[in-house]
Design a protein around this ligand. Sequence first.
Ligand code: ADP
Length: 275
Amino acid sequence: MPDVPHRADTGVHAREIDVAYGRDVVVRSASVSLRAGSVTALIGPNGSGKSTLLRALARLHPPVAGSVTFADGADLRALSGKDIAKRITLLSQQRSAPGGVSVRELVEFGRHPHRSRWGGRDPEGPAAVARALELTGLAALADRPVQALSGGQAQRVWLASCLAQDTALLLLDEPTTFLDLRYQVEILDVVRDLADRHGVGVGVVLHDLDQAAAVADRVLLLEAGRVTADGSPADVLTAENLTRAYGIRVDVALDPADGRIHTRAVGRFNDTALV
Ligand code: ADP
């Protein structure tokens, strides 16, 4: 990750993109900008297009309309796969490590765009791998087989592999799923540090709306493939937006002590007011 915070030239901008599976357009006219040093949370119900939008930004699923350009003017469609992998990395939900691979080996795999096709030199590789292991708290587990780790530890190894890739843009699809509370908070701390200290631009899908409010500079709300709100957490995480988007009453309160946003979906078991 870059050492100079808030580099001006590393963002990515998607403008009015459509993304389709076959003839089925599932993301429509979506615009999103990820900026250096900023965390953008993508929220919305299941199936609203969050994963598909992230995949489109990494060209794993190319848009069928609209444009995706980097801040230096490069067009996503015109770049080689290797060039893209040097700019942007995606931690997706589906992951499985090949048998017998150690933590370090999986993290080293993240260096692939920096090596030549024949496995050539990568002078910055060892330092990047060491830093990724450190940031994710995995240095002591580096020689363990990934398959011998808990689900939460393995999740951190995949994140470390993305960090070793050393891109200025990082996309995370539900990185806290399956993690216990401590590691959820630690992963989000890492995300915040990457933005604040290393100038990384982060796009992260989160289901926990309070976590989204706490970690993100901007929040993007998706509903049925469309971006229906985009702005500061306070602007987007309103009772009206969330109740409409999720189809259930959602109360929102501001903690008077620290100004934090708290949300709660209201069911029969918890129908007292949120204060
Ligand atoms: P989210 O991440 O918000 O849960 P997704 O991006 O996974 O939403 O899905 C958006 C829409 O695209 C959904 O209607 C989903 O059923 C559909 N979809 C996702 N993956 C595929 C696929 N591989 N083939 C066809 N449709 C898909």
